[in-house]
Design a protein around this ligand. Structure first.
Ligand code: GSH
Length: 136
């Protein structure tokens, strides 16, 4: 059983959604530094920064930082689809980054046989995803 220290409508919402997605039983403890109820003292013992989200794992250890929590949940619940099945390879990351730069600044790559679109993305399909793992 997980225990999530968080507050409705705050940055802990992403972790709450991820817990629902992976289908993990979870107890939610409402607290935040701007709502110093009794549970806030518990939170401080787990995370001296007093920040939410803080997640207590089934083994009793505490994890903070949204991204770290999401990656952890995706890793221990691989069938949930929260993380891609195969790790994203560095060259895939680089291609996505290059594509994003082209979309932001126009196509600075030397023109090949493709005719740039009006948007300047250098692809007649409007910028297809070469990696297949992230949307266009
Ligand atoms: N980098 C952290 C930031 C966490 C964070 O700033 N949480 C806010 C609420 S969304 C908080 O607890 N702020 C109160 C404080 O820092 O005292 C994360 O991504 O989880």
């Amino acid at each position: 059983m997980y225990t999530l220290y968080g507050s409705r409508g705050s940055g802990s919402a992403a972790v709450e959604a991820a817990l629902a997605l992976v289908g993990a039983p979870c107890r939610i403890v409402e607290t935040a530094s701007w709502d110093r109820n009794d549970a806030f003292q518990e939170l401080l013992k787990l995370n001296p920064l007093g920040q939410i989200p803080t997640l207590v794992l089934p083994d009793g250890s505490a994890l903070s930082e949204s991204a770290a929590i999401l990656i952890h949940l995706g890793s221990v619940h691989p069938d949930s689809g929260l993380l891609p099945r195969a790790p994203v390879r560095p060259n895939q990351t680089q291609r996505v980054r290059s594509r994003n730069q082209r979309q932001r600044h126009g196509n600075t790559r030397p023109s090949r046989s493709r005719t740039p679109t009006a948007g300047g993305r250098g692809s007649s399909t409007g910028g297809s995803c070469e990696t297949g793992c992230l949307g266009p």
